[in-house]
Design a protein around this ligand. Structure first.
Ligand code: TNX
Length: 776
């Protein structure tokens, strides 16, 4: 190449670069949004330019379409500073057209066609147009100025018709302005059901004209317990309710955003606020108090009195007048039967209705079914349908009820097999009151649990073991925000966002399109919108993500680190604080001895990650091939056997992924030390939370072998159970034995076969949680 052609080539490359640079990421739309659309077809041709002269044209004008156009104009203004004017007649300009008429079986379907001379959003209904608008909005970068939209055809529709979120405003009241912001956040995530949990033991939050004391008395509690039922109280009165006028306004606000509000009146349990207002509705007549503690309480509505049904029907009548929703949620969860067992009126009703104990349930459970069925009949008579928590399956399921499965998926599976509709909302994937990180330091107090973003994303609402017909009963999925420990709107936002982003892709997108890594690549652009809306989202996604896996071939622990934005990570293994002069991470770190790893992602001022710290404590069994002969509980198996020898110990949180959980059976593991090794000691920890049915190891056995076939007993012992009341904590075990020279060690740990009399689950098998088995 001679000098002239070389400099010509440089000039051409520069021109190309320049023309690309005004269409760089910052002002070019990107259709890879959350939730990911079904189909994004890139087309040839010049991009559409959004500029000050762009108009929004409404082709099929009606109130909803006019509102849709307003939304689009507002959204574009918020992101770009350009506020397109709205017009009902087309002109020769390059505009954005909103229209109806897309042919689809799914009324929420939409299509977006982008060409140089215009953008068209075509919906199968006004709702479809709205979701098309949300996709266009999320494709639009948050960047003031003109925006290029590459040519594309987007075809999209939701997987599920029920895409819900529940908010509990009863434990802590939320002001109307926040409820509207909450609804805006749902709309941004294509969620179409807002399940509003309005009544609880700790507060009644909806005005009922016929029963004014429900709000005069029931909406106020004197004070709130500090922390987790510590017995200490904050001395601060907590109060609040929504007037019927406010509710009508909120219902309309949600409707405009294609969100149906499903109100919940939780009955017959969780009713202390109502009982405090009208003590005659209880079995004992009170006195009752609006509850200051958290939990499940024995005082519930009396199922024997006719006046209870009159009360419920009156309340539900006003509720149905306020909420046009087809579904009314009647709760049904956590309703103890204790009062009913000794209440003469309840017992009289049991006799009159011929309710009897059977092998499955005591008669009082059938009394709750009686209540549910009677209320269902009333609600059906008004052309509406009930949803209840999965407890409504205990006893006899009301004929037309939809079941909301929260204690795992089993309730939902059972209901679907009985031909009932189901909404899946299991704690494991959908409880946004759970911690979102395993590092609890610096986190606001949460109820417990562990539900990181990635686990929400893994949620599959349709169980594989249902038939094709049964699957049709899974209407969709919902996440729940219980607010015992959330006192402010900011805290609710923190627990909700960005987990709601993972949830919405579960609810909307087809499984074939889902990919967590790709989701994380798309998330930063949605976060730009969170920033523009002043949402207090949790920032854990910017922390270092880590994968620790034992490599049985190299007998080392492979530690893999990454960040969502590929920020440079620096680390140390000697416990010192990592800085820019520490080792730069560039591939898996192999650990073969005890150490303390510390790592940080450095991004510059204010946006660096926290320091991630992990102690590795090794023993002679660390990183040695290990096999589990028994199956742990599927929810607590994680990467299985290798977790027992990874040198990583768990903290108090048994759900952190560092503890293996065993229930129906024992833990039997064989560790191959690779060569005959002298041993005198076995150590393991067990994590005990008796309230969650987790007890210490009941008995153990250690066996040795040099051929992995015939094993000799080294030691066995029954440790027993010494607990006489509820207790939580980690119990370390160190067992010494006569020196044994062995290659294979078989360890058997047995859980408590029958929980003691004092325990609520007396007679059932306890869980066992073990993090590590170390031999020395
Ligand atoms: C169980 S989920 C409850 C709520 C609590 C929640 C805390 C359900 C139907 N009942 O009353 O707030 O656990 O996670």
């Amino acid at each position: 190449m001679n000098k002239l052609t070389l400099s010509l080539a440089i000039i051409i490359v520069n021109i190309l670069l320049m023309s690309c640079s005004d269409k760089n990421d910052k002002n070019t739309a990107n259709y890879q949004v959350i939730p990911i659309p079904n189909e994004i077809k890139q087309e040839d041709g010049k991009a559409f330019l959004l500029s000050k002269s762009t108009k929004i044209i409404i082709e099929n004008s009606n109130d909803k379409m006019n509102k849709n156009a307003d939304f689009l104009s507002d959204f574009l203004f918020l992101s770009t500073g350009i506020k397109p004017t709205i017009s009902k007649s087309n002109d020769s300009g390059k505009n954005i057209t909103l229209k109806l008429g897309l042919k689809s079986d799914n009324p929420e379907a939409y299509q977006i066609i982008v060409k140089e001379d215009g953008i068209k959003i075509i919906g199968a209904s006004e709702a479809g147009v709205f979701y098309g608008i949300q996709t266009l909005r999320k494709s639009t970068p948050v960047n003031k100025g003109n925006i290029f939209y590459p040519n594309v055809i987007v075809n999209d529709s939701p997987r599920f018709g029920y895409r819900g979120i529940m908010l509990d405003v009863a434990r802590h009241f939320e002001p109307v302005d926040f409820i509207k912001k909450f609804i805006d956040i749902l709309a941004l995530h294509n969620i179409n059901k807002f399940h509003w949990h309005l009544t609880e033991d700790q507060g009644w939050r909806i005005e009922i004209k016929k029963y004014p004391k429900l709000t005069e008395i029931g909406s106020k509690r004197k004070e709130t317990v500090i922390g987790k039922n510590t017995g200490k109280y904050d001395g601060i009165p907590h109060a609040g309710f929504y007037t019927q006028e406010q509710i009508k306004d909120i219902v309309k606000y949600a409707q405009d955003r294609y969100i149906t509000i499903i109100p919940e009146i939780d009955l017959p349990g969780h009713m202390l606020a109502a009982l405090a207002s009208y003590p005659e509705l209880g079995c004992t007549g009170g006195p009752y108090e609006v509850e200051k503690n958290w939990g499940v309480f024995d005082d519930v509505l009396c199922a024997g009195k006719e006046s209870t049904f009159k009360f419920l029907e009156d309340v539900l009548t006003e509720v149905m007048q306020l909420f046009p929703s087809e579904y009314i949620h009647i709760g049904g969860d956590e309703s103890p039967k204790k009062r009913w067992e000794t209440c003469p009126r309840c017992q009289a009703r049991i006799r009159k209705e011929g309710l009897k104990d059977d092998s499955k349930h005591k008669k009082e459970f059938y009394l709750q079914s009686y209540v549910t069925k009677r209320i269902e009949k009333f609600i059906n008579k008004h052309g509406r349908r009930i949803i209840g928590w999965d407890e409504i399956l205990e006893g006899e399921l009301a004929p037309n009820a939809t079941v909301m499965s929260w204690r795992g998926m089993a309730g939902g599976i059972e209901a679907a097999k009985m031909n009932h509709d189901v909404i899946m909302s299991p704690t494991t994937y959908a409880y946004f009151d759970y911690y979102q990180t395993d590092v609890r330091e610096g986190e606001p107090l949460a109820i417990g649990g562990y539900l990181p973003l990635e686990n929400v994303y893994k949620f599959e609402p349709v169980p594989a073991n249902l038939s094709k017909e049964e699957r049709k009963h899974i209407l969709g999925a919902q996440a729940n925000v219980w607010t015992e420990y959330m006192k402010t709107p900011e805290h609710v936002e923190y627990m909700l966002v960005p987990r709601i982003a993972a949830l919405c892709e579960v609810q909307w997108s087809i499984p074939e399109k889902k990919n967590y890594k790709n989701f994380l690549e798309r998330l930063p652009r949605l976060i730009e919108i969170y920033n523009s809306l002043n949402i207090n989202y949790a920032k854990h996604v910017f922390e270092i993500a880590k994968k620790m896996k034992v490599n049985f071939k190299t007998n080392k622990l492979d530690v893999e680190l990454s960040t969502i934005d590929d920020a440079p990570i620096y680390y140390t293994t000697d416990g010192s604080t990592p800085t820019k002069s520490s080792t730069l991470y560039n591939g898996v770190i192999n650990i073969n001895k005890s150490c303390e790893i510390k790592a940080i992602a450095l991004r510059g001022k204010g946006s660096s990650s926290n320091v991630w710290t992990q102690k590795i404590i090794t023993s002679k069994s660390s990183f040695k091939p290990t096999e589990l002969l028994t199956k742990p509980d599927p929810n607590y198996t994680y990467s299985g056997a290798s977790m027992l020898v990874d040198g990583v110990y768990g903290d108090n949180n048994y759900r952190s992924g560092k503890w293996i959980g065993i229930q129906n059976g024992q833990l039997v593991a064989i560790i191959d030390l690779l060569q005959p090794t002298k041993l005198t000691e076995l150590s393991f920890n067990s994590n005990v939370v008796t309230g969650d049915w987790i007890f210490d190891v009941y008995s153990y056995k250690i066996e040795a072998s040099n051929d992995n076939k015939s094993f000799n007993l080294v030691k066995e012992e029954v440790l027993g159970n010494s607990l006489t009341k509820h207790w939580e904590g980690i119990i370390p075990h160190k067992i010494t034995f006569n020196e044994t020279n062995t290659r294979y060690v078989k360890i058997t740990l047995n859980p408590l076969a029958k929980m003691p009399k004092w325990h609520g689950g007396a007679g059932n098998k306890a869980y066992l949680f073990i993090d590590e088995i170390s031999l020395n």
